[in-house]
Design a protein around this ligand. Structure first.
Ligand SMILES: Nc1ncnc2c1ncn2[C@@H]1O[C@H](COP(=O)(O)OP(=O)(O)OP(=O)(O)O)[C@@H](O)[C@H]1O
Length: 659
């Protein structure tokens, strides 16, 4: 284990060097403890060898013992000194506090002065003197007011209470500013980098950052149009780039710009300025906008709200500036992709919640994981693909294709090019949604021929479905060309890229070339859950944090329950949930409780009545007559030593699967 040894060696060396500094401050060398020559942790062993030391590799078992006793001795001596002259220690501490506190207070005063004199607006003095002078006047008045009130309070407390009060307050202020000053120094250069611009940069500082990001050769080539302003938790500036440099150039250098300003790339947003491609609106958040408090989906805020798919917009989340990212789903299709855990299921629930809350919309679900992600919606869906065979998917898609052809035939007869709200209403051609989760199960399976057949069918439904009121959604955790080939991706109109592992994967979802232009879902960190890019309305992807419908708070089930009520009221619940035989078989399974074998008819009837009042007056004859056509007959069942007439659980389950 050479690595482990090396680590142990490093550890020992560090321990030893520390021990040496404490034990022998005067450079005294104990005989036989050559290792103690290592003067600081930074000194390389090689350098040490050049001195009198024969073996640079420290042996702590030899070195530590005398050093420890040495440090204990020194500590003891220091403790005795403090005990003899405590005033000296107090003096040192006070001087220390006064020095740091003084420097910290001076720094704070400088910042306050810059604020009072509105330094950030200096640039505007020539172009907009009124704004600058008014701001300065207002701030001067504020400062005078606060300063005067503080002085008056200090004087009053000095006279009325005790001089100790203002002195204590002053010491407290010095302690706070001193603590801040020490923190700054401790953070050192690393932190200084992040503070290059801070929360209130001047126009000149912004220009310097743009020059560092190579968007201009010198600050004289740039112009800040209007003041650098503060909005909620961010600052923003309108920048005019040098002639020949465009907004597009700026977006490509977003990373460099973020680096020059000492912030993370996701904190920087660049927006075009309408009517001037050589200008850019630069917005820089103080904190990471892709983290923190979750984004709430407005659908979860009402108890009885419903969606009108023809008029309402789907709420996907918010952009870094907190603005809604929402779009219409009429004549749309969607692609959601990203690495596992990136937030695809959460994003899908925003989409599905929207569709299910319009009771007219029929949703067909398919999940390549065949797991539980879509469970809340399944009872409401017009179709759920449960058969894992590829052929079953082909049949499923063909079913929708047939409906699409039927709709086209009708449209032709009506002489209209597409389904509108009025036509949908008049001819009962309400929107259909086909939502395929983990599409790679079908499009990148073992049999290439079937993959291709499925892909062609999906592409046909996406392409022609638009006019026929059929919306297709494709979701994948493996955004790769063989899963979502370009010919399919390009016709999916809304593309939502959640965190991806590579810029290439991000481009597979958004479209090729976006990552190179600065729009890459690969820049998000794993802890920025729900962060992504949405390419919907508008020409460029929008950095978005998805809304989070939290299943743990019961929000998902609440939405599903509301959708159920709306559909029940509208009479659009799927037939399966409404079919009496399905209802009866499900009720029987519930009535059997946990017994794996089944139940005796005599026990089953009262339990069944308890599950639903619908079966309250049922007797053994009615039960067996109803079940016989479903292929279920009573049998002799031995349960707990009693052999009586009853029904096997496995028979009921099989009948339910057949139903
Ligand atoms: N928009 C969001 N806001 C806050 N947290 C989120 C958001 N999206 C996802 N998360 C968190 O990340 C977890 C994983 O999200 P999700 O299940 O949607 O990922 P996924 O991409 O579907 O993963 P998989 O591919 O494994 O199914 C969620 O349980 C949630 O805690």
């Amino acid at each position: 284990m050479p690595n482990a040894e090396a680590e142990r060696y490093d550890q020992e060396r560090d321990d030893t060097s520390e021990a040496e500094v404490i034990a022998f401050p005067g450079g005294h060398r104990a005989a036989g403890t050559t290792v103690t020559e290592v003067p600081t942790t930074e000194t390389a062993p090689d350098e040490v060898v050049q001195g009198e030391i024969t073996d640079a590799r420290p042996r702590p078992s030899v070195a530590l013992r005398p050093e420890f006793s040495g440090s204990a001795r020194v500590l003891g001596q220091r403790a005795a000194q403090v005990a003899r002259r405590p005033d000296r220690l107090a003096g040192v501490v006070l001087r220390h506090e006064l020095v740091y506190g003084g420097i910290g207070a001076a720094r704070a005063t400088g910042a306050a002065w810059r604020w009072v004199t509105a330094r950030e607006l200096d640039q505007q003095l020539a172009t907009n003197p009124k704004l600058v002078l008014d701001t300065r006047r207002a701030r001067r008045m504020w400062a005078a007011g606060v300063g005067g009130a503080t002085a008056a309070a200090g004087a009053a407390s000095w006279v009325l209470l005790s001089p100790a009060v203002p002195i204590l307050v002053l010491l407290l202020v010095l302690a706070v500013t001193g603590a801040d000053e020490r923190r700054r120094r401790a953070l050192g250069a690393a932190e200084a980098g992040h503070q290059t611009l801070g929360a209130n940069p001047s126009g000149k500082e912004v220009k310097k950052a743009l020059v560092s990001a190579k968007l201009a050769k010198s600050i004289d080539d740039l112009r800040i149009v209007g003041p650098v302003t503060r909005t909620d938790g961010a600052w923003e500036a309108n920048v005019e780039l040098p002639p020949g440099t465009t907004f597009k150039h700026a977006t490509k250098r977003r990373g460099e710009l973020a680096g020059a300003m000492g912030v993370d790339e996701v904190q920087v947003a660049l927006d075009p300025v309408k009517g001037h491609h050589g200008r850019v609106k630069l917005w820089v958040a103080d904190e990471d906008p892709m983290q923190g408090e979750r984004i709430v989906n407005p659908l979860t805020l009402t108890r009885d709200g419903r969606v009108d798919i023809w008029r309402d917009k789907l709420f996907a989340g918010r952009d870094p500036r907190g603005r809604e990212v929402a779009f219409s789903m009429v004549e749309r299709s969607y692609l959601i992709g990203g690495e596992p855990g990136g937030g695809k299921s959460v994003a899908s629930n925003n989409v599905l919640g929207f569709f299910f809350l319009d009771p007219r919309v029929q949703v067909y679900l398919a999940d390549g994981k065949f797991g539980f992600d879509l469970m809340a919606w399944e009872p409401l869906a017009a179709g759920v693909l449960t058969d894992r065979r590829q052929d079953a998917m082909l049949a499923y898609l063909e079913h929708i294709q047939t409906e699409m052809d039927r709709r086209y035939a009708l449209l032709r007869k009506l002489g209209v090019p597409k389904i509108t709200e009025q036509i949908a209403k008049k001819h009962n051609l309400h929107p259909i949604v086909l939502h395929i989760d983990e599409v790679q199960y079908w499009t990148a399976g073992a049999d290439k021929k079937t993959n291709d057949a499925i892909m062609i069918l999906i592409a046909d439904i996406v392409g022609r479905g638009r006019a026929a009121g059929i919306i297709t959604g494709v979701i994948t955790q493996r955004p790769a060309a063989e899963v979502v080939p370009t010919r399919l991706r390009d016709i999916l109109s809304i593309r939502w890229a959640l965190r991806c592992t590579t810029p290439m994967a991000s481009d597979t979802i958004l479209g090729s070339g976006w990552a190179g232009r600065g729009y890459s879902a690969a820049l998000f960190e794993p802890d920025q859950r729900g962060a992504g890019y949405v390419l919907a309305e508008g020409g460029t992807p929008t950095q978005t944090r998805a809304a989070f419908i939290d299943p743990e708070r019961g929000e998902l089930q609440q939405l599903a329950d509301r959708a159920h009520s709306l559909r029940e009221e509208a009479g659009t619940l799927p037939k399966t949930a409404d079919r009496p035989e399905v209802r009866l078989l499900s009720a029987l399974l519930e009535a059997m409780g946990d017994t794996p074998k089944g139940a005796h008819t005599a026990d089953l009837l009262p339990a069944l009545a308890k599950v639903s009042s619908e079966y309250a007056d049922w007797d053994a004859g009615r039960l067996s007559t109803t079940l016989r056509p479903l292929g279920v007959t009573p049998v002799q069942l031995d349960i707990d030593g009693r052999n009586r007439n009853g029904y096997r659980r496995s028979d009921i389950q099989a009948a339910l699967e057949r139903a």
